[in-house]
Design a protein around this ligand. Sequence first.
Ligand code: ATP
Ligand code: MG
Length: 158
Amino acid sequence: EKVEFIEYFSHVIDRFEMNRDEKNTFNRELSAQNLFVWIDKDKITQVLDNIISNAIKYSPEGGTITFKAETLKKQLLVSVSDQGMGMPSDTVDKIFDRFYRVDKARSREMGGTGLGLAIAREIIESHHGQIWANSQEGKGTTVFFTLPLINQKRRKHK
Ligand code: ATP
Ligand code: MG
């Protein structure tokens, strides 16, 4: 289905912002231009739900969660950054593996199965995009993904 990503992403963020913990501040840096993508909306919503709930879940001390959506080399680049506990840099690629959790004891208290990001990777790759993360222990984590943009044909002026 053809979707204008900025409006759709805003609605997803709104839903989390309405239910958010008071100590988290939401910061949006979204493209002013319409960005069209061809996506399975339910599946991309599943990806965003997991990334955003991770940002909230692993930010016990609150802080700001920053949402970005912009164009990069004819692709849509989306990112969600938190100022949470982060993780060691050598584990950041493993979080996309099935059942991988950075700190087993800590994660058990948090609930979940460790499947969220593995499913997210499958979904993003099936949309011909890529997903990755940057993290610094004690500083925070950013999860990025790309999706191909639909080429916008410019309307001819008469
Ligand atoms: P599920 O998503 O299945 O409910 P989960 O959140 O533990 O469980 P994933 O979403 O796949 O599983 O994340 C895998 C692991 O990566 C988490 O257990 C956590 O250790 C780490 N992680 C993911 N996102 C963050 C984040 N924003 N900050 C710190 N650690 C994170
Ligand atoms: Mg998760």
